[in-house]
Design a protein around this ligand. Structure first.
Ligand code: SIN
Length: 490
């Protein structure tokens, strides 16, 4: 096992390199390297689990289910609260591990730890409110009783762009509902997941309740997690393409699924709005995590009367963003996750310029390193250009002009995706019309950051199904059971 020596953690024991199965750290025969996307340096070599370890984790989760689901919601809440407290106590170290493996600026990484921990806190409380129902029966001697029960073993596959929060958001809801959990995190960013497992153990969460399997055999491990008969529910965050394959695999055992998939978020700036506020909203919504977020603004639609003003002010702010290693002070934009991710963005930009888009700023890689791409703005874009009709997942803002409210809604909805949308307006009638007209699961109105534990996160159309976070987020981990009680008459 090789570990970079100077990663500067206060608690070195948080850097784990083995899968966590049934409360133990499990070694495998081979290893794979986790590198820092900012400079390509080794962060750690991690034991490479596969199908066998994944099956062991499912068995552990199955074996732990009875005792965990039999605990009272209060007991589970106590353990989840311990986990939340530990994550917040170790926020600095967890943030550092996250930046080392994923690249986002340290302040943003620490923000992600607080965001992830907030789901654990939220669901610890919400798990106490899994209410049933008593419904008057169809005849006097009957009553209908509705119970909510945990679905069972939950399996999940989580992405590299939020290596902590995407696990926390799923696991917290599952555990609070009384389910047990197996996660396969992205191999680019397994260390955050393993650090969470270390803290789950310290929090007293029993063996088998939370399992993390890290390994490169995405296909083989994915098949176990989507097809194993002992798994009742599968949840995934990632691309729409992969999500479709996984949904298909889940069909063989009719699993309950929830999917948080790709997006193509429009950010609409109407002529009645406060342009400075819209510029700030677009800036955070577009450039956080170097644009590698499913809910990131993907297209900026601006009404013609305010196009020039918005574009100039926005460009001035984007020019100020500083690019570099996320561990350095004052960095706003870290590296992209890989060289391939940079080439994909480069291609979308170049292909769109070839059909008429104009480069306002940026548009190229930088001396900062091969995984960096300059914050970019393209103008003169139309909705049919590659940069507008693909999920960019990079720091590029295409600006599209529009004439009327109807046209803005039509352009915004003209996509297979329906995750997040944003718009800026101060006209109350317009706000209702546009909010209701947008075919999206989440809409930010005069707001560029919409994610928080109390809100139902999720999409419509090909952006997925199910909701994470909020009081609705528990439903995805619960089954409804109906009891028909008869013979009540004397
Ligand atoms: C995502 O990119 O999938 C999640 C973003 C968020 O939770 O804000």
């Amino acid at each position: 096992m090789r570990i970079l020596q100077d990663h500067g953690l206060q608690d070195e024991k948080l850097l784990k390199t083995f899968s966590y199965i049934n409360g133990s750290w499990h070694s495998s025969e081979s290893e794979f390297d986790v590198t820092n996307p900012a400079n390509g340096e080794l962060v750690a070599s991690v034991n490479n689990a596969g199908i066998v370890e994944t099956e062991l984790a499912v068995k552990a989760a199955k074996d732990a289910l009875k005792a965990w689901s039999a605990k009272s919601a209060n007991e589970r809440a106590g353990l989840l609260r311990n986990w939340f407290n530990l994550m917040m106590q170790h926020q600095d170290d967890l943030g550092r591990i996250l930046t080392l493996e994923q690249g986002k600026p340290l302040a943003e990484a620490k923000g992600e730890i607080a965001y992830g921990a907030a789901f654990i806190e939220w669901f610890a409380e919400e798990g106490k409110r899994v209410y049933g129902d008593v419904i008057p029966g169809p005849s006097g001697d009957k009553r209908i009783i509705v119970l909510k029960q945990p679905v069972g073993v939950v399996a999940s596959i989580t992405p590299w762009n939020f290596p902590n929060a995407m696990i926390a958001r799923k696991a917290a809801a599952a555990l609070a509902a009384g389910c047990t959990f197996v996660v396969r995190p992205a191999t680019l960013t397994p260390l955050s997941a393993l650090a969470m497992a270390e803290l789950a153990e310290r929090a007293g969460i029993p063996a088998g309740v939370f399992n993390v399997v890290v390994g490169e055999d995405s296909r083989g491990m994915g098949k176990v997690l989507t097809q194993h008969p002992d798994i009742a529910k599968f949840t995934f965050t990632g691309s729409t393409g992969v999500g479709k394959t996984l949904i298909g695999q889940c069909a063989s055992t009719v699993k309950k699924v929830s999917m948080e998939l790709g997006g193509n978020a429009p950010f609409i700036v109407f002529n009645d709005t406060d342009i400075d506020a819209a510029v700030q909203g677009a800036l955070v919504s577009k450039y956080r995590n170097a644009g590698q977020t499913c809910v990131c603004t993907n297209r900026i639609l601006v009404q013609k009367e305010v196009l020039a003003e918005f574009t100039e002010k926005f460009a001035t702010e984007v020019e100020k963003l500083s690019l570099g290693n996320g561990l350095n002070e004052g960095i706003n934009i870290g590296p992209m996750i890989s060289k391939n991710a940079v080439s994909d963005v480069e291609k979308l930009v170049n292909d769109s310029i070839a059909v008429g888009a104009q480069l306002k700023i940026g548009g190229k890689a930088t001396e900062a390193g091969e995984n960096f791409y300059k914050p970019t703005i393209l103008t003169n874009v139309t909705n049919d250009m590659p940069i507008a009709n693909n999920e960019i997942f990079g720091p590029v803002s295409p600006i599209i002009a529009f004439d009327s409210e109807e046209q803005a809604i039509q352009l915004a909805n003209d996509t297979q995706y329906g995750l997040a949308a944003y718009f800026y307006s101060r006209d109350i009638g317009r706000i209702w019309r546009v909010a209701e007209g947008l075919e999206y699961g989440m809409v930010g109105i005069n707001e560029g950051i919409i994610s928080n534990a109390a809100a139902p996160f999720g999409g419509v159309k090909q952006s997925g199904n199910g909701r994470e976070g909020s009081k609705y987020g528990l439903d995805d981990y619960l089954e409804i059971k109906y009891l028909c009680m008869g013979g009540l008459n004397k």
